[in-house]
Design a protein around this ligand. Structure first.
Ligand code: ZN
Length: 113
C-alpha cells in the first residue's frame, strides 16, 4: 500500500512542476521560462504542511486543511489575479490548488470505491 501512495505522491509532485511549465509554454510563449519559474516557485505554499501533525499524511486532503490551502486563502489568490504584479503568482497558486483539489477528489473516490 505504501508503494501505491508513494507512486501517487511522485505523480502529484511531478504535476506541480510540469503543469505550470506547460501552461506558461503554450499560453505565454514569449516569456514562458520566467513565468514558469515564478509559477513553479509557488510550490513554497506547501510549507504550511509543516504546521500539521503529522507533516505528511498520504490520505489527507490539503484543501481546507492547511492554512495556505484554506478557502479564504484561495479567495485571496483569486483576488490577486486583479493585481498585475501578482497575477502570475496567483495563477501558480491557483494551479497548485487545482492540482491539490484533484488529489482530494482522487482520495475521496479511492476511499469510497
Ligand atoms: Zn499543496
Amino acid at each position: 500500500m505504501i508503494y501505491f501512495h508513494m507512486t501517487w505522491l511522485i505523480i502529484h509532485l511531478t504535476l506541480h512542476i510540469i503543469t505550470p511549465i506547460v501552461l506558461a509554454r503554450f499560453a505565454f510563449p514569449d516569456r514562458w521560462i520566467r513565468l514558469s519559474c515564478i509559477m513553479v516557485l509557488t510550490m513554497v505554499v506547501d510549507l504550511d504542511h509543516f504546521l500539521a501533525n503529522p507533516v505528511f499524511d498520504p490520505l489527507r486532503c490539503s484543501i481546507g486543511f492547511h492554512p495556505l490551502h484554506s478557502y479564504p486563502a484561495i479567495t485571496a489568490y483569486l483576488l490577486m489575479l486583479a493585481i498585475p504584479q501578482l497575477r502570475f503568482v496567483a495563477i501558480g497558486l491557483l494551479v497548485h490548488m487545482g492540482l491539490d483539489g484533484l488529489e482530494c477528489i482522487r482520495l475521496a473516490l479511492s476511499c469510497n470505491g
